[in-house]
Design a protein around this ligand. Sequence first.
Ligand SMILES: C[S@@+](CC[C@H](N)C(=O)[O-])C[C@H]1O[C@@H](n2cnc3c(N)ncnc32)[C@H](O)[C@@H]1O
Length: 426
Amino acid sequence: MLTESRRRTAVALQGVFGRSYRVPESWDEGLSSEDAALAQAILGLCLRHWGRLYAWIKPRLKTPDRGLPLGSHTAIAMGLAQLAWLPGVSAHAAVNESVLLAADPALGFPAHKGLTNALLRQASKDREGLRAQLDGLPAALDRSPFVEMALSAALAPRKMETHLEELWRALQRPPRPWFKALGNEPLPEGLEPDPVFSEALRLTPEATFPREWLRSGAGMVQDLSSQALMAFAWDQPPQRILDACAAPGGKTTALARRWPQAKLVALEADARRARRLEENLSVRRVAAQVEVAESVAWLRDTEGTFDLILLDAPCSGSGTLRKHPELAWIGDRLDMVRLVRNQRALLEAAIPRLAPGGLLIYAVCSWLPQEGAAHYTGVLEAHADLRPAALWASVFGDQDGATSLFRPDPLRWDGEGFQAFALVRA
Ligand SMILES: C[S@@+](CC[C@H](N)C(=O)[O-])C[C@H]1O[C@@H](n2cnc3c(N)ncnc32)[C@H](O)[C@@H]1O
């Protein structure tokens, strides 16, 4: 019988390649930690190398131009990834599990059971050679037009486009999470401050994941970029704060801890995500008024102004390719026009609700200029009463001096790709 770790991996891959779905957060829930680690490794390798895996398979097919049904494609790619890059998996397990997968009428393509068996058995005779062949294929095979666009956009502000391969190699390393302590309790063993941005904590490679510490609300997982972004230098204590796109609440938590006296309203359009936001805030013992609401409509229908508005807008996620390698294969189908229009609508709804002297922070985990820098310019042109607020150290910008446009250098920064800007109302 197919093992659960491989079955889950196949389901996740088929969601991505068959339906353009993101890999759901809960895709490996309930697996033992050993099985989850294996499933994560196979899924990561297949997503990062789907292009070159197919380039290896294609010339070995009887009719290469007809392509492969997704069921057999998944089974063969998973088998090859294990044979080439996971030496701890026996050749027997890698081949047999893929044959079982191909034979599964729901997930595989039973007519290709023999083909799967033949290709993988042949490949298993020289695993080192297979690895060398796959590693020797051009890296560009694993990049979709969306990835090429994201990498160029990441490098363009510093005119570093010739470093595209270097950035791509960095994005191929599996991500390691960042953490933030929320109290004064002693840190779990193995959590250490980052040498550059000491508020952010990293796990030493041999340490175990601090599940209990997170569950108790003493800390949270938060990417380095989000932590650096939320450390913006602003010394005017706000009384009313709005977090307009709040779940799962990492930035809401940062706002509530920094200004515990302020009235904080957190909006979230998706009811399921709003529940998670409430749970997260409750376990972290931070207070906010959570509203399940679409922000543009809420801002139109309610009264009052805010001294600080955070707009962590829905975006393409192009800056998160390292953590979400599936984006490489579904990004080309995103409706960028609609995304950018929604971002601008959120901005235009939020701006009139800024109190005099109030601060607006807009952020997206994307490198694409139309989702960040273009809104910055567009909004400044359209609103004469807004001024850039240089709240981040020069290291986070691409020019000398403190910056109002947060865009860390992707080649020298280990956090996710982010663009953010800060504006104050005169
Ligand atoms: C980038 S995430 C926010 C991450 C969050 N700020 C954090 O740091 O944990 C964007 C969130 O906004 C929500 N959202 C998207 N469009 C929205 C809208 N028009 N109104 C309210 N929430 C929205 C999404 O469901 C998603 O949970």
